[in-house]
Ligand binder design. Structure first.
Ligand SMILES: Cc1ncc(COP(=O)(O)O)c(C=O)c1O
Ligand SMILES: N[C@@H](CCCC[NH3+])C(=O)O
Length: 434
């Protein structure tokens, strides 16, 4: 039995249930490929993070990194849970605005925010802009002057920590496109510029060391680096950081081989590290903000596909193809990410074979799971990839002009369509004939 499946995930009919709704029923009702989220799991993930901070007695914010999955409904759920959110583009910001998400709880990230994106953020008075580089400090200064506006800012720094994860998803090492480098003095210079402009209200410092990280030491190191920087700034400039934002990146299980700490335990370790530093240096404990994306939506997401063709290669392997693939989940092709799968109508069945579970895209690399253990299966069966809630739909494309799937939220036995399936017309609606 797949260890990612708990007995509570299986209903009386022996089918997988998501948010209390039968997965086979969802596949029939909405067709496949289909992305389904268990909203209870999303809420529980936010609440588990909050509980740690409350138990530790520190001021905090849990800011959902919405690049992991962005749509109107997820911002509504985050607003209901009292979470902050971070956005990294005008498009994510627009979606949060249209969802009615409170703008004072938005952090705006990005290494190359455009003038129009920054103007949009200022016009909507987002909670905080994460300043990433000198160009942005100048650009935002100009915009604030023109608009006679003020805004809260934080400086994003690279703490010089290489988290042990795929090289494309590391961000905290010195040689990174994000943030101000500490060692070369860039971060000090950035602070000087920011403090010199009264239109900026500088509230603190941010670092994010990477994503899908299992080793707690990187996070502790990040917390410590931010504390050291904060002491240094107090000593050198008399500037006291109110907020230390340690980013996200908490690893989750995609397969049975992944055994990370529960995500909230990473946070407990960071909080303890910061508290220890502060007590040793007689500093007040600042507000601690975190920005988890994957850990909030990843385990709550399920990708439902229908099995179609099969190719058996004697002496090699078998290819079992589904009606989605790299267009709705690029992660296996891009990062060699691994997933596990079960059949919707018999999630507890023992595997009988290992196959390459492939998609329908015109690429040999369109393999969702290599050597995927599956029970006996046939065309028409619904196969479900687990833990696909983060960076699946949000990185989806229309490659081969395949429409993107529908997304359904399921909670307490109720299902609700939150993103319609794209139609063929959607694919051509912005095309113009030559
Ligand atoms: C600045 C920042 N914050 C938060 C996140 C969220 O990371 P994760 O989804 O791994 O928690 C990212 C993405 O890696 C990021 O770049
Ligand atoms: N998109 C990546 C993570 C990047 C996180 C954004 N900084 C993934 O699927 O793992």
């Amino acid at each position: 039995m797949n260890k990612l499946i708990k007995t509570s995930d299986v209903n009386d009919a022996g089918h997988l249930q998501i948010g209390g709704v039968d997965a086979d029923f969802l596949a029939k009702k909405y067709q496949t490929p289909l992305q389904v989220f268990d909203v209870t799991k999303i809420r529980q993930a936010v609440q588990a993070f909050k509980r740690v901070f409350e138990e530790e007695g520190v001021d905090y914010e849990v800011s959902y990194a919405s690049k992991a999955f962005s749509c109107l409904a997820i911002y509504q759920v985050m607003a209901e849970e009292g979470a902050h959110t971070d956005v990294v583009s005008g498009g994510e910001l627009y979606t949060a605005i249209k969802a009615g998400f409170p703008m004072d709880k938005v952090s705006f990230h990005g290494n190359n925010k455009t003038r129009s994106e920054l103007e949009m953020a200022v016009d909507n008075q987002v909670g905080v802009i994460m300043l990433d580089n000198f160009h942005e400090i100048d650009l935002l200064s100009q915009i604030l002057k023109e608009k006679k506006a003020k805004i809260k800012v934080m400086l994003r720094v690279t703490p010089g920590i290489s988290a042990h994860t795929n090289e494309y998803i590391q961000t905290g090492q010195v040689d990174s496109k994000f943030g101000f480098d500490l060692g070369s003095g860039q971060a000090d210079l950035a602070l000087e510029k920011v403090l010199a402009n009264p239109d900026f209200e500088m509230i603190g410092v941010h670092a994010h060391i990477g994503s899908q990280i299992f080793d707690v030491r990187g996070f502790e190191g990040c917390g410590q680096k931010l504390c050291e920087l904060s002491s240094h700034w107090l000593e050198k400039y008399g500037y006291q950081c109110q907020v230390l934002n340690v980013g996200g990146g908490f690893g989750i299980s995609y397969t049975e081989a992944d055994t990370p700490l529960p995500a909230e335990e990473f946070v407990r370790a960071i909080v303890k590290e910061i508290k220890t530093y502060c007590s040793q240096h007689e500093m007040p404990v600042p507000q601690i903000w975190i920005e988890p994306g994957r850990a909030i939506v990843g385990p709550a997401g399920y990708s439902l596909y229908t099995i179609g063709s099969r190719k058996d290669l004697p002496g090699y392997t078998s290819y079992v193809a589904v009606d989605g693939g790299m267009g709705d989940n690029i992660r296996p092709a891009l990062y060699q990410a691994e997933y596990s799968a079960v059949l919707a109508d018999q999630p507890l069945a023992e595997p009988e074979e290992k196959v390459n579970l492939v998609g329908k895209y015109c690429e040999s690399g369109d393999i969702l799971i290599k050597n995927c253990p599956l029970p006996k299966n046939e065309p028409g069966d619904v196969v479900v990839l687990l833990s696909t809630g983060a960076y699946g739909y949000s990185m989806a494309s229309n490659y081969n002009r395949n429409p993107r799937p529908a997304v359904v939220f399921a909670e307490d036995g109720q299902d609700k369509l939150v993103i319609k399936r794209e139609s063929y017309y959607d694919l051509i609606k912005n095309d113009l004939k030559y």
